[in-house]
Design a protein around this ligand. Structure first.
Ligand code: ADP
Ligand code: ASP
Ligand code: MG
Length: 819
């Protein structure tokens, strides 16, 4: 014999009820059945709302009851045919009229006691069981209704009643007989010895089912619900949650106590005591094997993970009892707990450090004010004499629990847990782990709940880790980056178990977002015009709101506004990889704010491409510095455009004509004066100088502009190029003169003894600077260790592809740190 329990969603409509009849018919072909039903989906909530309104004297309760009636009418009309519809409608009218009377009573008294609430709520299951049983009979399956008020005996804690197991077992055995017809039992509801209606707490039908299963010695209890089984985490909150095929009673109990709504916390007990397996199955997908809860040792093939599942309770409040007068005073904890127990305040979580100066308790928000009041009364004298502080209440918190049989004796679980949370900037407010080592519970801010669940889940359950990337800018660098990520994503997944998910793209006009990842082949189509014109602010707000774990913002713009967002992002523990120089080469104030934010944060900030595009310049510099080398001088060519111009000039050619060629080849900014001014080069040197610890502003960099005085005013780029011919002669003769001394000219930068300068200079023809090609960059590090032969980094220092490659490498470096 089996017990089948159907939750509210499984019988949420006439179609669902027909489907359930099919499941029952199949079950009957294998064994005898007892069926337990919850109220139809949403009905218990609606009844609660109606009763609450009535209790406040609000006539709107009638409307709510009207909705409940129409919902059932619709089901009845759809389910029953002419010959039996009349009877069903008549019965429904009678039930609803009774319910109206009860609610009217509450309305008149303006008082909703737990006793009246339990009575109102009982209509949900009484209505659903009648409908299901009648439908089974009409479909040729003999069925009888069993009102659980007749068989489940409880105390009179009406809305979370304690079951009298002995009396209940006896009554079940006497009254529930699956031999002739299928008993359809109302879940959730029960009655106290005084005859008043009670219930087993929200979700209590699961408990009804296992009580029946245990009393009747069923072979199995099947809980039919709307998900494929017991998941490693709530599948509605954790996208990658997995079904757990087998789970022990103890683990299921821990998980359900810690908030896994799929099973009522008390439901495991009767089954465990009687040794009856409990199965969680999906009525929407009956083919899925579901989860089996029992005591058998796990199959060898199942990986012995230390953690089985994780759960959360969305809303908890933390009460803190603290004070120097608590240490070494026996009985404080006992008074605390007795006081709360006397007032039926349920404690979800307890934590006390060995200093004994404070005890933290999590309870549900509804009981917080009451708890504060009764505790302040209990500890009145101690509070008055300052031996104990006034009770501190902290709200808007969530509790997350990590559960697993095999956590005990498995070192490293909490290390991994806290590391993951830390890197994602999730602040842990309180922690508790029992000595059975089966459960680690954490209290965190409720706004971090989803992020915490997802990152903990990924860390313990998935071999493949995700990073969520949000790109700003959609210019050349961004385009190359997107196609590079797109081309390598699968390789990274397969070889590095890393999934780089691009979730966002934004420029000043449009934005595209998808937390599952944008289609990188067709991202342009996903770009939607931006609503506000709030610049980067709105995009950053969206990123904050999504609050995804392992988030990296990638800046491919050249905008100061975007750079100004870095400190805020870092403070929120969002990592940043940037090709934009305007942060690190911005004002000293902005630079300091970025560095400070980075120091205080668990996030990473990488900007390798700020100097020399994809060339390893900043990393090299930091490696030298961090390993104790002393940097004497950094010099070289850090502008691809100026490098090209002088490399070509040395081959012969007029200056203005070479600049024109550089522009045509796309090596210059739209206005070549932006390159010739040396400003971009100067910024790179500024970044290197700051990297070496010098307090430098942009204005401190001596920068020689190659834009002739006469060409600095307002004029178009074309006019400028024409006028530039004025200086051609000067360059030709300067080159010739230098040549007589075995020298040539180059535009270079030098950083030495805290001084940074960029400008035109004569250099020996055999110097590395004079031997560059095309847009090559070159940096020479002269250090204590690299003194005779300086360390040289040389290669292409500009271009979308290499810059994007450098940014991609930074993203992967951050990913390596995060996961
Ligand atoms: P029913 O109406 O069938 O009793 P419930 O809503 O009470 O269904 O419970 C099923 C829901 O429990 C699922 O839809 C899911 O969102 C939630 N849930 C929370 N944690 C888990 C978990 N670990 N595994 C499966 N479901 C979970
Ligand atoms: N109908 C009740 C509730 O919604 C009991 C149950 O669903 O198990 O809580
Ligand atoms: Mg349920």
């Amino acid at each position: 014999m089996r017990v089948y329990k159907f939750g509210g969603s499984s019988i949420g409509s006439a179609a669902r009820i027909r489907h359930v009849a099919g499941i029952i018919r199949n079950g009957l072909s294998e064994t005898r059945l007892v069926v337990v039903v919850s109220a139809i989906q949403r009905v218990t909530d609606m009844l609660t709302e109606a009763a609450t309104l009535a209790g406040k004297g609000d006539v709107a309760y009638r409307e709510k009851l009207g909705e409940i009636a129409s919902l059932h009418e619709a089901v009845v009309r759809d389910l029953f045919v002419q010959s039996n519809l009349g009877e069903a409608e008549l019965w429904l009218r009678e039930m609803m009229s009774e319910l109206h009377d009860v609610a009217h009573g509450v309305f008149l008294l303006r008082d909703l006691s737990d006793k009246s609430l339990a009575l109102v709520l009982s209509y949900g299951e009484r209505l659903s069981s009648w409908i299901v049983a009648a439908h089974l009979r009409h479909s040729g399956i003999p069925a009888s209704i069993v009102d659980a008020r007749e068989v489940i005996v409880t105390d009179n804690n009406h809305c979370y009643a304690k079951v009298d197991l002995h009396a209940t077992e006896r009554r079940i055995r006497e009254q529930v007989r699956p031999q002739d017809a299928v008993p359809v039992v109302t879940g959730f509801i029960a009655s106290a010895t005084d005859g008043s209606v009670t219930n087993l707490g929200r979700g209590g039908s699961d408990y009804t089912a296992t009580l029946l299963g245990a009393a009747l010695h069923a072979d199995e209890v099947w809980i039919w619900t709307d998900v494929d089984g017991f998941f490693s985490a709530d599948p509605k909150r954790v996208r990658d949650a997995r079904v757990i095929p087998d789970i022990s009673y103890a683990e299921a109990m821990e998980l359900s106590h810690a908030g896994a709504k799929v099973l009522h916390p008390l439901a495991v007990q009767p089954a465990m005591k009687a040794g009856i397996p409990v199965l969680i199955r999906n009525s929407f997908n009956p083919e899925a094997p579901g989860t089996r809860i029992e005591n058998k040792p796990l199959a060898e093939s199942v990986l012995p993970r230390p953690v089985t599942g994780l759960t959360s309770i969305n809303h908890v409040v933390l009460l803190n009892l603290s004070g120097s007068g608590m240490a070494g005073v026996p009985g404080t904890a006992s008074r605390l707990f007795s006081c709360l127990a006397r007032h039926s305040i349920n404690i979800i979580f307890i934590s006390q450090a060995s200093s004994e100066q404070s005890i933290s308790l999590a309870i549900s928000p509804g009981q917080a004010s009451m708890a504060k009041k009764v505790l302040e009364e209990e500890f009145f004298r101690e509070i008055e004499s300052r031996r104990i502080e006034p009770i501190h209440v902290r709200r808007n918190l969530a509790m997350v629990a990590v559960v697993g049989n095999k956590m005990s004796g498995h070192p490293g679980v909490s290390a991994q847990l806290f590391e993951t949370l830390g890197k994602n900037g999730i602040n842990v407010i309180a922690v508790a782990q029992g000595a059975n080592e089966m459960n680690i519970s954490l209290v965190i801010d409720s706004s971090d709940e989803d992020k915490a669940l997802n990152c903990i889940h990924e860390s313990f359950f998935l071999s493949r880790r995700k990073v969520h990337v949000f790109i700003t800018g959609t210019g050349t660098i961004a385009k190359s980056l997107i196609s590079q990520i797109s081309a390598h994503r699968v390789t990274l997944q397969e070889e590095k178990d890393l999934d780089v998910v691009v979730c966002g793209l934004a420029n000043t006009r449009a934005v595209a977002l998808d937390i599952e990842g944008l289609d990188l082949e067709r991202w342009q189509e996903a770009m939607k015009p931006r609503e506000g014109h709030d610049g980067i602010g709105e995009y950053v707000r969206l990123i904050h709101q999504l609050n995804l774990h392992n988030t990296i913002v990638v800046d491919c713009t050249a905008s100061t506004k975007v750079a100004e967002a870095y400190p805020g992002l870092l403070q929120s523990n969002i990592s940043v990889a940037t090709a934009n120089k305007l942060g690190m080469a911005g004002s000293w104030d902005l630079y300091r704010r970025i560095i400070d934010a980075q120091r205080k944060s668990n996030a990473k900030f990488l900007y390798e491409t700020n100097v020399g595009a994809g060339l390893p310049i900043i990393n090299t510099l930091n490696d030298l510095k961090n390993s104790g080398d002393k940097i004497i001088c950094i010099e070289g060519v850090l502008s691809g455009t100026l490098s090209f111009i002088f490399n070509e000039l040395r081959k012969g050619g007029r200056f203005s004509e070479v600049v024109r060629r550089a522009k045509e080849a796309g090596y210059t900014e739209p206005d070549p004066r932006d390159d010739l001014s040396g400003a971009d080069f100067a910024r790179k040197l500024l970044i290197l100088g700051r990297e070496l610890g010098y307090h430098l502003e942009y204005a401190d960099v001596e920068c020689e502009s190659l834009v002739p005085e006469s060409c600095r005013g307002e004029m178009s780029a074309a006019e400028f190029l024409d006028r530039l011919a004025e200086v051609d002669h000067w360059y030709t003769s300067e080159l010739a003169q230098a040549a007589t001394q075995g020298m040539t000219i180059a535009y270079t930068g030098e950083l030495k003894e805290g001084r940074a300068k960029v400008g035109l200079k004569r250099v020996p023809v055999e110097s590395p600077v004079a031997g560059l090609n095309g847009t090559e960059n070159l940096v020479v590090f002269t250090t204590d260790r690299y003194l005779k032969t300086p360390l040289v980094v040389k290669g292409p220092g500009a271009g979308g592809e290499v810059t994007a490659g450098g940014v991609f490498a930074d993203i992967l470096r951050i990913a390596g740190y995060l996961v």
